[in-house]
Design a protein around this ligand. Sequence first.
Ligand SMILES: [Zn+2]
Length: 843
Amino acid sequence: MRYLWACFVAITLYFPKTFAQKPAKPTSAEIHHELQKLNFLGTALYVAAHPDDENTSLISYLSNHKKARTIYLSLTRGDGGQNLIGPELQELLGVLRTQELLAARGVDGGEQRFTRANDFGFSKHPNETLKIWDKDKVLGDVVWAIRTLKPDIIINRFDHRTPGSTHGHHTSSAILSMEAFDLANNANAYPEQLEITSVWQPKKSFYNTSWWQYGSREAFDEADKSNMLHVDIGVYYPELGLSNNEIAALARSQHLCQGFGRLTERGTSEEYLELLKGDIPKGNDLFDGINTTWSRVEGGEAVGNILYAIEKNFDFKNPSKHIPDLVMAYGLLQKIKDEHWKQLKSEELKSIILACAGLYLEASSDGASTTPGSLAKVNIEALNRSSQNIFLKEIQIVGADAIIAPNKMLTDNGKQEFDISFTVPENTPYSSPYWLNEPGALGIYTVNDQKLIGQPETTSAFKVKFILDFNGTEIAFEQPVVHRFSRPEKGELYEPFAVLPEATSKIDEKVLIFADEKTKAIHVKIKAGKDNVNGNVALGHPTGWTVTPSNIPFSIVQKGQEQMVTFMVTPPNTESEGEISPIITIGNNTYGKELVEINYDHIPRQSILLPSKAKVVRMDIRKSGEHIGYIMGAGDMVPESLEQIGYQVHIIDPDKIEKGSLDKYDAVVVGIRAYNVVESLKFKQPILFDYVKNGGNMIVQYNTAGRWAAQFENIAPYDLILSSERVTDENSKVGIVSPQNSLVNFPNTISEKDFEGWIQERGLYFPTRWSQEFTPVLSMGDEGEPQSKGSLLVAPYGKGHYIYTGLSFFRELPAGVSGAYKLFANMLSVGKDEVKKESNVKG
Ligand SMILES: [Zn+2]
């Protein structure tokens, strides 16, 4: 399997989908496969909302069987998902999932595009989604994708007619696809785009339906399919040695951070497509009625005549034999007026010429990164592995002022190497995902350059242009500058050549809570982007806060090394919040970015520059009790947050819970989804309830309803039925339904104001039924839905208290939401007003 995998990566990266993978080294059979794709002039656009929504089987079928240019337009980068392989979340998860999509497309032969839409979290309804995304802008981005990619057919993963039946992002992707289908050809819609591109009318639109849409396979078997076509996506490709579904599984297995590693599949398998717009195709051919030959382009027939003949008479033993004809076709292609096809097919044709000649062109930097103003060195390798006459005329570094003119014939298997040194221009942009350069809104990223919108990633800072002469026809080939190196335990590796600032800074804790007026020491790490960096760092802060000293000098000898400096930060004596941000000064320049690197084996290394900062919150918080026992569930940052406001948190090993072992804690808190993931916990419930009965305070955070119900019933000492009810609007109004209850009075008074500034959602998996011993404290609901009272429930049990809450404290506390801290402190203090009034501490 490993062998096949290695083979396959070679072919599909033949037209590199991402700029820092290993170079493709295609076989004759793979070149022939690409020739067939060169001779198919048809485009399919697949539309859905998230990385992993896409049907990789259908994408692979269109790309490898139909030979169509196939693009997956994922409206978002999947920023709001979970990460099973590392710490990256939100925008950093979006960067990781972008690269996983590019890796998947590298396998299935598709291409990848996006819109500016941000995956802001779960959404119940497309109305909410489209409001938060800014429908007009995201619709414009879909129109832009259609106008620039010019697809003949569009396929929606989701049904635009069933809002509310799936994630609001899903239905929205289909709604926007349908609207954009009609708008792309309308010159009055988004006219500013037409200064760069032209209107376009796709011919057909489909919904990629499935039996599960019908409830069961039996129901689907009986459904009317007169408006559907079906294709066998189980086809086998002898040239690749793989079945289509084997390729699809390999592609899907690239979504590692979502845990999508899959077994491969083989054999016949039907896929159904319901026609939404256009005429029903004949014979289950998605491209029926669409001219997909070279004759669709004015002047294309002459090019096609040459290329069809090469495809038909391809010499698998000596592909270089076809170079003179391929070069002739390239020359004719340059005379075509249609810029869209000329550009697209020129690039494909150039890659085939390169492959047929066994021509190896590489530009590798001597380091993984550089800084503006520094001297960079690039090693060039140029090698012709054919008997064809290929003359190397010139080599240019694109993006810098560097050029050499070897004027040498590249003889068969005679390697040519050159070193080119150049100064990195001061205005070279940093290598960071372009959509993170400007602050965005909750639902949409800010991208000011229209041409960048939709692009999967920031392209390489430098490219090398090789100007080659093939018996009188000059062709320019561009290769990105990469960094090639080896590791004894991994072999040869490639990574992007990054342009980074001279210095970056980082505060490890992203939120710092000041529960009193005491001064805290804040550590700032400074990292050098080059050798011998000397400067000063100051700490920007909100008014009313004091920072000493005002400036700290630093000196770092070696590139990549870090130095830590410490500031003393004192908050004001009243409530206040804001940001602290390190500002580095080197000579006349200032630097305020943090460098985050994402490095996994299945994607190229990513360098991301984000504003260097931390949130500081001075809250006037009262609390009772000190020692908190915490039982970790699926993982959350609540213990660290509680420590920030002065609690001593002790992590409890569930296996070591025994009679009496919990009595020392003022409260025991159960982490998110603990009963879903910690098998042994259900056996410890009697001990936990005894702890409560004897005066303890037990707080259980959200668990998911599905698995719970099947496992056991004693999540609480009284009846409590969990549901999948959630309130996703983080700004939804919160009512206090039990104003006398201790949870909203002691030691902190809670008002509606404490529910301002929450992030992502209010809460999830609220109970819908509970026994009369429970008191509901709050009410809340999303727009147009009934008010739920299940978000925070408290019941006395023996001498103690049991609390169940689905409120999203695991999100709000790490984000420094003041009201959430106060409410949590009240939960930890419940019952303490009756027994230990004297021991209340302020601060
Ligand atoms: Zn999805």
